[in-house]
Ligand binder design. Structure first.
Ligand SMILES: [Zn+2]
Length: 213
C-alpha cells in the first residue's frame, strides 16, 4: 500500500512513510488495524453472553489469560489495546465510530510528532506542514495541468524532506557532503539556500519571484 501512496505523490521509495501518510491524509496500517480491532472488540462486548457463544468464548479467554498471568491470547491483546485507548466500555455504534475516529486522530498526530523527532529528513517538514491537518493539503486538492505536474512533484518532495538537493542526498550517503555544487558559498545545499540564496540562480529568481508574489 505504501508503494501505491508513494506513486500517487510521485515521491521516491526512501521518503519516510510517516510523511507520506500525513501528506495524503491517511493513517498508518498499524493504526487502522488497531482501530478495526477496537471496533471488533466493542461488537463482541455489545452481545449478550446468554445468547451469543462468541461472547462466552471471549469472556473465557479473558479469564484464562488473567488466571495464567503470562499466557497471551487474542482477547488479552484486545483488552490491552482497549486499555491503551481508554475505551470506556461497550458503546453503541455511532459512539463507537466517534471514539475510533478520535483514537485514529490522536495516533496520527503522535506518529507524526515521533517521526519529526526520530528522522532528520522530517525536521524541516515540521516547519512547513500543519500537524493537526487531516485530509489532503490544499495544493493537492487542486487539479493540476499535466504541464505543471513535475513542479507539483517537486513541491511534494520538498515538503516531505526527501529530494535531490545535497542536504537530503548527503543524509542518504548518495553524495559525500551537503555543500552546494552550484556556487562558491560553501553553504549547505538546502531548500532555503537553493530557492532564495544561491547566487547561481539570481537570474531565475528575478524572473519568477515577482510573478509568485
Ligand atoms: Zn549555492
Amino acid at each position: 500500500m505504501n508503494v501505491i501512496y508513494r506513486r500517487l505523490l510521485g515521491v521516491e521509495a526512501k521518503t519516510a512513510s510517516v510523511a507520506v501518510w500525513h501528506e495524503l491524509g491517511v493513517a498508518s496500517v498499524a493504526t487502522r488495524i488497531d482501530a478495526a480491532a477496537l471496533k471488533f472488540r466493542n461488537n463482541i462486548l455489545s452481545l449478550d453472553p446468554r445468547d451469543f457463544l462468541v461472547r462466552r468464548v471471549y469472556d473465557g479467554l479473558m479469564n484464562e489469560s488473567k488466571g495464567r498471568g503470562s499466557s497471551r491470547n487474542g482477547a488479552l491483546f484486545l483488552e490491552d489495546l482497549a486499555l491503551e485507548a481508554n475505551w470506556p466500555g461497550p458503546l453503541k455504534k455511532p459512539a463507537a465510530k466517534k471514539f475510533v475516529n478520535e483514537f485514529v486522530a490522536s495516533r496520527r498526530v503522535s506518529e507524526l510528532t515521533d517521526g519529526f523527532k526520530r528522522m532528520t529528513t522530517l525536521r524541516n517538514m515540521s516547519d512547513w506542514v500543519e500537524k493537526e491537518r487531516f485530509g489532503l493539503p490544499e495544493y493537492l486538492l487542486r487539479t493540476c495541468p499535466s504541464s505543471l505536474r513535475e513542479g507539483r512533484r517537486l513541491k511534494t518532495k520538498f515538503r516531505l524532506g526527501c529530494h535531490d538537493l545535497r542536504s537530503s542526498s548527503s543524509r542518504m550517503h548518495l553524495v559525500r557532503n551537503a555543500q552546494c555544487p552550484c556556487c562558491k558559498s560553501r553553504e549547505s545545499e538546502t531548500i532555503q539556500h537553493t530557492l532564495f540564496e544561491c547566487s547561481a540562480f539570481t537570474k531565475e529568481r528575478s524572473t519568477f519571484l515577482p510573478q509568485g508574489l
